[in-house]
Structures are given as structure tokens and as C-alpha cells.
Design a protein around this ligand. Structure first.
Ligand code: GLN
Length: 547
């Protein structure tokens, strides 16, 4: 929009402790700058040594977010996707593991011509090179917002902060800002404490970075005197001290809350950019929808990681977005599939006839056989009771298994992921994948990233999307087994979509049912509060109609 005469960089770091909402703050700033007409690119630097998040346990680290180009990344990229229009790709997620991997590879290839390889400059140069590469990938990018994971003071974060310091020095202060997020805790339920913030900024200064803007996470809005105190101790101008107070509505209100405090205005002034107009109407409309919701739709989420909200983050967010579009609140009823498996009677847990506690069932993605029996039970109950059911990836595979077992009466029908010896492998690997798996090449067998599916004319998918050709992201190994297509369809199961070449089944739909849809892809990654995903909207609308 500025014609990108000079690209700007904003480094977002955090202090005091983790989980302050750094990703949401960085994303909100991105949304506000987009409201000013700027093109924003979001980047996440993760100090962990894993090369990517693909192998990380969802219980420790939350869901794996998948980009269009098939990178398995930190869930923070999901925040960027929900708040901003930033293009996200493999390059948007930088980890210590990737940095070291490529520096060591270059060293082995002899590219450093005998130099001693050190954290400074080799590691920091590689970090800077990657940040620049994202900012320069698209000529139209005006601002790259670079979130640095971890907390200032962590050993692992030091190379990233050092790279940020160097870039601020090289680009000049007007072209590279530091935004620092800290915590203002409340002690003894009455006193707000600024000391941790003072220390956190001091730690940044020791790294050679003077924050330009501060965002203070606090239970409530801070008064002027407190902000003055923070300003005088930290060398951050009073007008550049912002407050991210606990919102009672939704974190999606934060862009508007920050706009009211002037966050984008001050950031633009500090970068020497004069843009007066701003368009936050989509966010205002979203808040009007939020307050206009009536009634509650209860949706049972049947999965195996129920103890950690972040494990199915994008699914929960997409349901919330759909609740805005449908004008109804969504209440999540989290059902542990392993417990449901052990519980005996699925109906007793999910809804005895007449007084069902849930109006819809969603089975999200997953790996491994724990709790599959519980998911099958939930799906069977929804199919027979006429309760809307949405299966995503593993969830679709479970719908196929349930159909084979209970409609075709193939008692041991299964996915070869869970039972390699089943007589009816209704979900299985493709032949060449099975070959690769036998050779131990797990990484190479995953279907990852965006591809085209073609929906059946007049089917549930077609009517939800309003078009037959759709592009969605995948992350799975196993497929609907093509050799059962005929028997499945003859018994009534509808194959609702195929890959563009017709070779793979992408969707199943239940016949004579209000809304039973399983998709092999992950629509949840493509939903935003200001643009809910049509499939989630169709599902929640069906749940609402029943509730
Ligand atoms: N475990 C299944 C597979 O690999 C489903 C994966 C998923 O749900 N993301 O095919």
C-alpha cells in the first residue's frame, strides 16, 4: 500500500512469564495496521530446537498448525491467520532447530571457507537472513511483524533478540520497532505491581534493545499514574504504554481495544508513516454479532486431548466464528473419547433419548488408536439419533469405520492405523505409502498442505461452500480405501467429494440425516472471526436448528 519504498519491521518480545497473549497482541497489531491499508507479513521465531512442530506432543504444545504449503508449525500461526490477512508459509515459522540445521549443513558443504562457526555472527546472520527473506518474498509487504517466542532472559531466546537488536541498528529506529509485552500482576487482590515490568524492560536493555512500545497485560485498565510510573522507569514514552486488560467478551475485541488506546497510531508515528484513515468496521460488525447471539448450541467434542484447550485450538476457534455467523452461542462439551470408550453406553454420556445434553457432535483430527472406540460410539449415536455430526480428518475416518461396522455389519472393519490385520481395512495407506512406511520413512508418507477437492453436485459440501471446487489443507497418512467405494455407496453412504483427479475420497455424507459430514481435510485452519468458514457455519446452523 505504501509501495514498499522501505519495509518496516516490528519485533514483538515478551517478558516476566509466558502465556501473556503475545501472539494475540502481535496479531491484533497486524489487524490494526491492515485496517490502515498496510500489507502485513507475520513471522514467528521459536527458540526450541525441534526443526518443526510436526513431531511435538499436542498435550505439551497444543495443536500443530498447517500452512498451505504443508509446513507443520507452531499454533501461533493460527492466531496470525485468524486476525490478519498475512500470507503464511513454511518461511513464516523459524525455529532454532532450522537455523542450526542450515548453518551446520552449510558448514559441512564447506561454504564458510574454514571460518570458526559461532552464534554471533553465523547463527544471528541466518536468523536475519530468514526474517529478511519473508519480508522480501512479496514486494508489496509493508511491515513484517516478527514475534519472538519465549521470555526475555531465557537462554534460548538470546540469539533471536540479538538478531533483532542488530536489525534495529542496521535498519534504523524508524524502520524497526521493538514492542515488548509484560505482566502487571495483582498482589493480594488489591495492588497492581509494576516492578516485574521494570525488570523485564531492564533485561531487554541488557540485550541492547530499548522497547519503543510497551503492552502491559493487566487484570484491569491501568490508570494514568501507574502508566506514568511505568513510563519513567522504562524509558518508554507515556503515550506508548498500552494495556492489554483481561477482556470479558472475546480476545477478538483486542484490536478495537488497542485502537482506542492509539496503539496503531503511535506505532505508525514512530515508523514515520502518515496514514490517517482506518477501517475497523469488520471488527466492529463482529462485536455486534457477538453481542447479538441468542440461545446456546451444545456441541460435544469427542477427542483424546480434552485436558488441554490448545490441542484443538483452531477447531474451537472455528466453532466460535461460526457461532457469530449463526447468531447463537456455542457451548463446548468436552468428551474424553477414552473415557467414553470405557463408559459402556455412548447414549448415556452423550444424550439419553429425549433429553440429549448435546445437540451436535464433532470428532476432530488425531493420531493413534487410543479412544477410537469412544469416537465410534459417539458417531453411531449421532447417526442413529439424527444429531448433526462433523468429522474432521480422523473424524471422517471414524465415520467410515462406524458405517462399515454398524450398517454393513463388518464387525472388525477398521483403519490399518489401528488394526493392521483387519479383514475389512476400510481406511488404509496407499500402496506406495505402505511401501515407504515399511522402509521406515514416516516423514515422507504424510499428505500435507493445500490441495483441490471437488464436491458432489447438490451435496452438503456443495451447498455449504456455494461452489464445487474447494482448496483445503491436509495432514494425514491414511485414506478411505478405494476398493470399498462400491459397497459403501450401495449401502447408502454418500461420497461427498474427491480429489480433483478423482483418485481419493475427500468427504463422506450420511443419507437421510440432518447433517452428517466427514471431511478428510482441515477446514478449521481457514476460519476467521470476520470470515467464518462455511462448513463450520453450516454445521453450527444444523446444530442450532436441532437445539
Ligand atoms: N491418523 C489419521 C491419518 O494419519 C488422521 C490424521 C488427522 O486426523 N490429522 O490419516
Amino acid at each position: 500500500m505504501m509501495g514498499s519504498i522501505m519495509k518496516k519491521f516490528i519485533f514483538v518480545s515478551g517478558g516476566v512469564c509466558s502465556s501473556l497473549g503475545k501472539g494475540v497482541a502481535a496479531s491484533s497489531l497486524g489487524a490494526l495496521l491492515e485496517g490502515r491499508g498496510l500489507n502485513v507479513r507475520m513471522v514467528k521465531c521459536d527458540p526450541y530446537i525441534n526443526v518443526d512442530a510436526g513431531t511435538m506432543n499436542p498435550y505439551q504444545h497444543g495443536e500443530v498448525y498447517v500452512t498451505d504449503d504443508g509446513a507443520e508449525t507452531d499454533l501461533d500461526l493460527g492466531n496470525y491467520a485468524r486476525f490478519t490477512k498475512s500470507a503464511l508459509s513454511r518461511a513464516s515459522s523459524i525455529t532454532t532447530g532450522q537455523i542450526y540445521e542450515s548453518v551446520i549443513r552449510k558448514e559441512r558443504e564447506g561454504l564458510f571457507l574454514g571460518q570458526t562457526i559461532q552464534v554471533i555472527p553465523h547463527i544471528t546472520d541466518e536468523i536475519k537472513r530468514r526474517i529478511m527473506a519473508v519480508a522480501e518474498e512479496d514486494a508489496d509487504t509493508d511491515v513484517a511483524i516478527v514475534e519472538i517466542g519465549g521470555t526475555v532472559g531465557d537462554i534460548e531466546s538470546i540469539p533471536f533478540l540479538e538478531a533483532a537488536r542488530q536489525m534495529i541498528n542496521e535498519q534504523g529506529r524508524a524502520n524497526a520497532l521493538s514492542v515488548h509485552l509484560t505482566l502487571i500482576p495483582e498482589v493480594a487482590q488489591c495492588e497492581l505491581k509494576t516492578k516485574p515490568t521494570q525488570h523485564s524492560v531492564k533485561a531487554m536493555q541488557e540485550q541492547g534493545i530499548q522497547p519503543d512500545l510497551l503492552i502491559c497485560r493487566a487484570p484491569v485498565m491501568l490508570d494514568r499514574a501507574t502508566r506514568e510510573k511505568i513510563s519513567s522507569f522504562t524509558n518508554v514514552e507515556l503515550r506508548a504504554v498500552f494495556v492489554s486488560f483481561d477482556v470479558k467478551t472475546t480476545t477478538y475485541e483486542l484490536p478495537l481495544i488497542f485502537a482506542e488506546q492509539g496503539l496503531d497510531q503511535v506505532a505508525l508515528e514512530k515508523m514515520g508513516v502518515a496514514i490517517r484513515h482506518t477501517d475497523l468496521e469488520p471488527w466492529r460488525l463482529m462485536m455486534r454479532q457477538f453481542h447479538g447471539r441468542r440461545g446456546v448450541a451444545r456441541i460435544g467434542i469427542v477427542g483424546k486431548y480434552m485436558g488441554l484447550h490448545d490441542a484443538y485450538k483452531s477447531v474451537y476457534e472455528a466453532l466460535f466464528h461460526a457461532s457469530l455467523a449463526c447468531g447463537v452461542e456455542v457451548e463446548l462439551v468436552k468428551v474424553d473419547s477414552a473415557l467414553l470408550e470405557a463408559a459402556g453406553d455412548g447414549e448415556a454420556v452423550l444424550g439419553p433419548a429425549g433429553s440429549h445434553p448435546v445437540d451436535g457432535i464433532l470428532v476432530p483430527g488425531g493420531f493413534g488408536d487410543r479412544g477410537i472406540g469412544g469416537m465410534v460410539k459417539a458417531v453411531a449415536w449421532a447417526r442413529v439419533a439424527g444429531v448433526p455430526c462433523f468429522g474432521i480428518c480422523l473424524g471422517m475416518q471414524v465415520m467410515v469405520i462406524e458405517w462399515a461396522r454398524n450398517v454393513l455389519l463388518w464387525a472388525d472393519a477398521d483403519s490399518t492405523e489401528f488394526n493392521e490385520r483387519t479383514a475389512r481395512p476400510v481406511v488404509s495407506l496407499l500402496a506406495d505409502q505402505a511401501e515407504a512406511m515399511r522402509a521406515g520413512m514416516y516423514g515422507a508418507t504424510m499428505r500435507l498442505g493445500k490441495s483441490e477437492s471437488v464436491a458432489r453436485e447438490g451435496g452438503k459440501l456443495h451447498s455449504a461452500y456455494g461452489q464445487r471446487r474447494v482448496w483445503e489443507r491436509h495432514r494425514h497418512r491414511y485414506e478411505f480405501a478405494n476398493r470399498y467405494r462400491e459397497e459403501m455407496t450401495a449401502s447408502g453412504l454418500i461420497l461427498g467429494a474427491f480429489t480433483a483427479d478423482g483418485s481419493l475420497v475427500e468427504c463422506v455424507e450420511w443419507p437421510d440425516h440432518p447433517w452428517g459430514v466427514g471431511v478428510q481435510f482441515h477446514p478449521e485452519f481457514g476460519s476467521k472471526p470476520i470470515a467464518p468458514h462455511p462448513l463450520f457455519t453450516a454445521f453450527v446452523a444444523a446444530v442450532k436448528a436441532r437445539g
